[in-house]
Design a protein around this ligand. Sequence first.
Ligand code: C5P
Length: 287
Amino acid sequence: MQSVTERAYAKLNLSLDVLSRRDDGYHNLRMVMQSVTLCDEVKITRSGGTEPLRLTSDLSFLPGPDRNTAAIAARVFAQTTGRSLDGVVIDLRKRIPISAGTAGGSSDGAAVLRGLNTLFGTKLTPPELEKLGEQVGSDVPYCVSGGTALAEGRGEILSPLPALPDCHIVLSKPSFSVSTQELFRRIDGVRLTLRPDTAGLIAALEQGNLEDVAQRIYNVFEDVLPRPRQEKVRSMKHTLIDCGALGACMSGTGPTVFGLFNDREKAEHAARRLKVLYPETYLTRPI
Ligand code: C5P
């Protein structure tokens, strides 16, 4: 029996811009991505037995094998490397909120690719794992190595960026969920007027200036949320700023909202205030 445990870190979008709609139905994006310490644990065990791939989890509900990114990643790995998944068990300990715009599923998928690569000794390089990740989901290539990066194209064209200066991050998921497809449809129907200053954000990262970074975080999807949800996101951002966040923004297609703090006590206070209303509130840090 051999096993390997990988941490699957959550991701936040310091910026998200939708540039154009593509012929393949996807969109060209420009996003500054950041990993945070909040993570799932993905344990992969290989027993040498002959039973088919099995997934276990501490969740009461797990998406079926056709929609579960961990299972899809395992199948992509097996098909590409010619290895058999018989006797393999993947166990997910979930901490990252689900369907929240924080890449929980994508990060689990990337962790499965890394873990199987180690377990089977296949020695695929990070760029090769990223290539496999493209078949699993648009955020999976980024999640292979994580950190601070610019993601373009569908999300697979990655350029490393200087690390976000160390800070305290409060992230909070309101109780509603949003459909990614619906938000992309909505964005196709409007002319965006507010866009993130991606170049300015990258310059602020290069200067290591947290205040300037925080002032430039922005996500175009905030503008196309259905009205009551948009108001909730705005009010959560307000609470974060009110508590001393240097900037606040929604991540991915939401609904998770986060704030960047240079002061731990202020961040703790904000987390306490939001947790009363939104139990899925976490205090985390960049990684
Ligand atoms: O690649 P993934 O399965 O994560 O994408 C989920 C959905 O998000 C896609 O079906 C598509 O509607 C939308 N999407 C997009 N453009 C991207 C990434 C995702 O339109 N670059």
